[in-house]
Design a protein around this ligand. Structure first.
Ligand SMILES: C[S@@+](CC[C@H](N)C(=O)[O-])C[C@H]1O[C@@H](n2cnc3c(N)ncnc32)[C@H](O)[C@@H]1O
Length: 228
């Protein structure tokens, strides 16, 4: 995800050299840390996440909500929001998109990544705080309602979709073995990590030219029109 996001940022950078980036819902600063060559800042609602950002020397961060962004109108060229809107309810989503639109400069871009398909919502989502998983259609509708025009909208993580979706659907049918719910995230042997990274790397090459009809995530680049 970080590769595809940073490649979209770099493409924008070829057009606008001097720009200001905001990571809305920056978490522990994984993306911000890779934006060291651009003017960037971020916020997150979690004080703990913000303290992790500071531990990795991402100091341009503050604690705030995406529904009430503490910045003036039209001050950012790029806003990223990666797997964050999914943590808030529908009303919050509408409010957040309006807020992002407000802080973007005309001609600026919003880069979004969100989990796909509500029917795949499982234990992992509950543990990490995902309230909703999206379709490209509903995300498009929400963005257009807020005033954005869509430059690209696609599913991603398609090659691994059949295996992961099957596992998710089977897990949902099985009775819970323990009371303690756990995230799906765990370290895997290096060789699997390399294999899965290679699959996603190849997908990203395809995604720079085309869109996928299904996948585990939705990825979108939207513009605030000039003169708005
Ligand atoms: C799945 S994490 C993604 C973090 C980061 N964007 C990344 O890609 O690594 C979701 C993040 O959204 C933050 N979040 C949830 N609700 C929020 C809100 N209303 N305003 C700002 N951040 C929020 C959480 O604290 C969490 O750090």
């Amino acid at each position: 995800m970080r590769d595809i996001v940073l490649s979209a940022v770099n493409k924008f950078r070829q057009v606008e050299n001097d720009f200001f980036l905001l990571d809305a819902g920056c978490g522990t600063g994984g993306v911000l840390a890779r934006c060291d060559s651009v003017k960037a800042c971020g916020f997150d609602i979690s004080a703990e996440a913000i303290s992790f950002c500071r531990m990795r020397n991402c100091n341009q961060v503050l604690q705030a909500s995406i529904c009430e962004i503490p910045f003036k109108n039209q001050c950012f060229d790029v806003v990223l929001s990666l797997d964050t809107l999914c943590c808030i309810d529908q009303k919050g989503n509408d409010r957040a998109l309006t807020e992002i639109y407000r802080v973007l400069k005309p001609g600026g871009i919003l880069i979004l990544n969100l989990p796909a398909y509500q029917c795949l919502k499982g234990t992992h989502d509950r543990v990490v705080g995902t309230r909703h998983r999206y379709t490209t259609g509903e995300l498009r509708q929400g963005l257009e309602k807020a005033g954005f025009s869509i430059a690209k909208i696609t599913y991603r993580n398609m090659f691994l979709f059949p295996a992961i979706a099957t596992k998710r659907l089977i897990d949902k049918k099985l009775p819970h073995k323990t009371k303690m719910e756990k995230s799906d995230l765990k370290a895997v042997p290096k060789v699997f990590n390399m294999l899965f990274s290679a699959i996603l790397f190849i997908e990203n090459i395809f995604l720079s030219h085309l869109s996928f009809p299904f996948g585990l995530s939705v990825f979108c680049i939207a513009h605030k029109k000039h003169g708005k």
